[in-house]
Design a protein around this ligand. Structure first.
Ligand SMILES: [Zn+2]
Length: 102
């Protein structure tokens, strides 16, 4: 087992786990239930972490995680253009009127 990612917020770890699993990499999240909890634990100790189960997947998992982190917050969140079209999150421009994501 190897850790490929940890973060303060569980949302990104969930997303990374989902993407890794879509890529066929066995992985799991540790510490998710501790996040935001107990004052006696130093915060970084209870950050949720993504672990892969097979060490041989580590390099691939790492590059997938790096790609995901390049555009934080932009993944898969669809957005509404000024022209009224609903645009999928991977597009930064409206396919209908050409306006940039605002
Ligand atoms: Zn538009």
């Amino acid at each position: 087992m190897k850790r490929v990612y940890s973060a303060e917020h569980g949302l990104m770890t969930e997303h990374i786990k989902d993407v890794l699993q879509e890529e066929g990499i066995n992985c799991m999240i540790k510490n998710l239930n501790l996040a935001g909890g107990l004052g006696e634990i130093p915060p970084i100790e209870c950050w949720p972490e993504v672990w892969i189960l097979e060490d041989e997947d580590y390099d691939r998992a790492n590059s997938i995680v790096e790609d995901l982190l390049k555009e934080p917050g932009e993944y898969r969140t669809s957005w509404l253009c000024q022209c009224g079209e609903k645009i999928e999150g991977q597009f930064t421009d409206c396919w209908s009127c050409g306006a940039a994501r605002g």
